[in-house]
Write a protein that binds this ligand. Sequence first.
Ligand code: IPM
Ligand code: MG
Length: 359
Amino acid sequence: MANYTISVIHGDGIGQEVGVEGVRVMQAIGEKFGHTFTFPEYLAGGAALDAHGVPLPDDTLKGVKDSHALLFGAIGGPKWEKVAHHLKPEAGLLKLRKELGAFANLRPAVVFDELLDASTLKPEVLRGTDIMVLRELTGGIYFGTPRGIDGEGPQRRGYNTEVYHVYEIERIAKMAFEIARGRRKKVCSVDKANVLESSQLWRDTVIGVAKAFPDVALSHMYVDNAAMQLIRDPKQFDVIVTGNIFGDILSDESSQLTGSIGMLASASVGGPVGFFEPIHGSAPDIAGQQKANPLAMIGSAALLLRYGLKLEAEAIAIEAAIRAVLKDGKRTGDIKQAGLPVLTTRQMADAVLGHLRAK
Ligand code: IPM
Ligand code: MG
């Protein structure tokens, strides 16, 4: 039993409506397990741009740093596509990751038997898939310098820099091996070492870190092959560890194994305050219509409890409730199935709450 301050950033688009459900589920967990959660709310992304002219206001950053963990919805939308690069909602999210020192992004992709038919891939390829994509989150081409656009006419050029330091690779590799120890003890490191020097250093460094983990099997894969293997035979993977941009791409790809990006939660950890967000974006096309699947958000609340607050039983309770509602045939539009009604965001969350309160 304890008191926790959980900062909440709903953000833009469907971030609002799924965020509210994430908070309701955490409140139910508080009642069930005797914790007191308080949920101060802060602005970020487009909502913050509209209100304060910046995508990450100082008081948001301060509030988040003063909390035990951050529950984050989604940011961005067509309304802000034309604003200057450094003011884009996405720039706010990247700054938040960097400021929080959240260098490790865990994106579990678990295929539930109940949703085998929701994916475009064949059920026999998918059944039993359980992958942890571990994405480096505060380095690589997202943050490397030099970067920019300059020059004139046909000589005008845009450029970015993919750069990794040994210390950045070591800490994410170490985390990959530690996570694998709690799973099936396999790490696949994904890079492009046949072309990129940064990837060569990545591979050499991962091999060095592996020496301290002789009980974990390490393999390496080029990113193009990994993209293919993920849909050819996803069950071969346990933990995938990779850099920022490869992880961005491969985690979206993995989400399709589960049937819908609306199912995937994530945890961004490594600094003093972890933050937890669905991997889907703000989906402006369906925002405000109660069509969004709240399970990625609710799953993110489970990860917050597990990794942010070290409350494993509480995390398991949420994950069990998610499985139970899927078993009960509860479906939102993104995972709809013939013969089953399509629920609203609220109805799906209510179903989860029903299971949490029942036991
Ligand atoms: C993600 C998103 C972000 C990223 C965007 C919104 C900046 O795609 O979290 O995967 O590229 O990291
Ligand atoms: Mg992405």
